[in-house]
Design a protein around this ligand. Sequence first.
Ligand SMILES: *Cc1c(COP(=O)(O)O)cnc(C)c1O
Length: 373
Amino acid sequence: MLTWAEINLNAILHNLRQIRNLVEPRGAKVLAVVKDNAYGHGALEVAKAIENENIRMFGVATVEEAIQLRQAGVKKPILIFCCILPEQAESVVYHDITQTICDMSICHALSMAARKVSKNAKVHIKVDTGMGRIGVSYDKAIELIKQVINTPNVVIDGIYTHFSSADTDEDYTNYQIDRFNYVLSCLKKDSIHIPIKHSASSSAIINYPSSYYDMVRPGIALYGYSPFITSKIQLEPSLSFKTRIVYIKEVPAGFSISYGRTYITEKATKVATIAVGYGHGYNRKLSNKAEVIIKGKRAKIVGTICMDQCLCDVTDIPEAVIGDEVILIGKQGDQVITADELASKIGTISYEILCGINANVKRIYNSPEKEIA
Ligand SMILES: *Cc1c(COP(=O)(O)O)cnc(C)c1O
């Protein structure tokens, strides 16, 4: 195999324990976010590795992701964060999946689907306190909740909100927390009890203990990255992305490399072809920007990244030979390349770099160590 990703499940267990150490003393449990194939780490493998680690539930984006977990034997509750369409209500009920709702239309569809099979559909109410994506506006939340309560075969298991700027804007985040607290206080006044109140994803877990409530929803932190530089929590990246050198050539000065001739050598150069390209999710915008690690040393990507191959300058690594392992993300010797490093080079975030690694890239897993209770 020439190109692959290695997933260190122990790192995910470590990150989970770091998060638990922050939130459990405050009475909160963890919903582990495994949407988008666990940010490229493999939803089934990640879910299996952590299911018995005092996780309260799993979070996914779509019905298909939730069903995949159920079919793999995941028993814990699974919350779908995104909206569904009414025709998906039956699958949600059939697989005992918990659905986010923001209005009555999906609530009615779930109610009908549940009634048909004499079950109850479980829902979490999503409140928009300022994210502006999905959710019932905070000042209309109570009205919606009262309607949902009066809908047969639908049970409200949770209520939540999502922050837009918990990594960058303290005032705005506190304003969102205040709005959510306002909704919770109205519920209390009306003696409406909703079991699970939650709001924090990774940024807020690190920065806002007041946002923990009953449950937190870490995604990126589980996989070892923080949305910002912090020493409050020690995270360990889980994923390494690797390929191999498949060809080496010496070229003279003035020699053009790859499509569009975006790189012209300034001197005699030893160029290695490596077996990765944008078809694997190695972003083409990294052309002439990224570095890789070979034999513990850094080498620059030169020329335009192709679909399945790209080139790097190994002039300063004379010991490099065909077959050598090439680290795109990960550690070798004392060099480290993180998803953050790649992200910052092309104006994106670690999330997109990790999710971008194509599903056709084989994931290799270590066997996780057992929890030392
Ligand atoms: C993706 C997502 C999360 C996780 O966010 P991170 O920043 O990766 O921790 C939490 N909650 C919701 C609703 C999400 O969509």
